[in-house]
Write a protein that binds this ligand. Structure first.
Ligand SMILES: Nc1ncnc2c1ncn2[C@@H]1O[C@H](COP(=O)(O)OP(=O)(O)OP(=O)(O)O)[C@@H](O)[C@H]1O
Ligand SMILES: [Mg+2]
Length: 321
């Protein structure tokens, strides 16, 4: 690296934490897993990468972490190139892999402190204790990891990834196979990391996880990033809202004069659902309520529901390429 570290820091300070440019990956068998992916991850954000099985999420993460070689393009982490400055980039990164590595005969404590040592950090029992406690692993610190349950092993992977105090944490399906209560605990751990300034990139099939945690969401499909957006904006722009009217009297069918509203009658004929676009200036609700009343249709109750990130995601990946 020709420039001094201090100068480097100043330059890096103006950049994203991770900058991916035109990244491609063709596996040995000839399969193209990534097609010219470009993506910038801001410092301190939680970025959720969503995509169906085989979309290329793990490939992308593994390239950034130096486990898989790219076929083309470049990646910088904190301003350092992942190939040229591998040691610089690798020490900044913690990775919780999707696949569990071979079973270990080491204790939880030793696994984590050894990992810290590998990155050249001096021992810090206080820090490790804090990490293990935050992941509810403190009581298991002297247990051989092989003898832990699946969900505990997954938490050990997180503790191990955090052991060297990384600035960027990759979580490749962190809560797969973790029970609901623990998942909430892990979300708290991730939020706390963000509060400490750690940049977090996670992949998940529990879209609720992205909905809860992420600042931004990227959707990848067939090796291409098809969308990157602030989560809140994504949900606002692509989310549809529904108004459900619980009728006083069951309705045999939607009257012809109301057909332009695209109302759906429930199977038990008791509810009418109106779907509207929140981005539109006029939702049509006022007109609908007026026309319902004119048609002699009265309701007991009404409520609205907003589509979840999950529904938005399913819509996105179903779109023709
Ligand atoms: N070592 C490999 N050799 C050949 N092809 C591979 C290899 N690893 C992954 N692939 C292929 O690359 C594509 C992307 O795989 P990847 O593991 O990145 O997907 P993913 O988005 O992480 O999926 P999942 O949600 O199932 O974890 C898949 O079609 C996969 O079969
Ligand atoms: Mg994967």
């Amino acid at each position: 690296m020709p420039i001094s570290d201090a100068k480097h820091r100043i330059i890096a300070g103006m950049q994203s934490m991770i900058s991916i440019k035109d990244l491609s990956k063709v596996y040995a068998g000839g399969f193209t897993a990534l097609k010219s992916v470009s993506l910038d991850i801001d410092r301190g954000e939680i970025f959720a990468l969503l995509g169906p099985n085989g979309a290329g999420k793990t490939t992308l993460i593994n390239i950034v972490c130096g486990i898989v070689n790219a076929s083309g393009g470049s990646v910088e982490v904190d301003g350092y190139d992942i190939q040229r400055d591998f040691r610089q980039t690798r020490t900044r990164i913690g990775l919780v892999p999707q696949e569990m590595a071979s079973e270990s005969f080491e204790t939880v404590w030793n696994t984590c402190s050894f990992s810290r040592g590998l990155f050249g950090k001096p021992p810090s029992p206080e820090y490790l204790e804090k990490v293990l406690r935050s992941l509810s692993l403190w009581d298991k610190r002297d247990t051989i990891t092989m003898q832990l349950s699946g969900g505990m092993k997954r938490r050990v992977l997180i503790a191990k990834a955090l052991a060297h105090e990384p600035e960027v944490l990759f979580l490749d399906e962190p809560t797969a196979g973790v029970d609901v209560e623990l998942r909430q605990d892990m979300w708290n751990v991730v939020s706390a990391l963000r509060d400490q300034g750690v940049t977090v990139i996670l992949t998940t099939h529990y879209i609720e996880e992205a909905e809860q945690l992420a600042d931004r969401v990227g959707v990848i499909n067939h090796g291409e990033i098809i969308l990157v957006e602030q989560k809140a904006k994504l949900m606002r722009d692509l989310g549809k809202k529904q108004l459900v009217l619980n009728l006083q009297e069951p309705l045999s069918e939607v009257p012809a004069e109301l057909k332009d509203y695209g109302l759906e009658l429930s199977d038990d004929h008791n509810d009418l659902t109106f779907t509207y676009d929140t981005a539109r200036e006029r939702t049509g609700i006022t007109a609908l309520l007026g026309d319902l009343s004119k048609a002699g249709i009265h309701f007991n109750d009404l409520h609205t529901s907003q589509s979840s990130l999950e529904e938005i995601f399913v819509d996105l990946v179903k779109r023709p390429q």
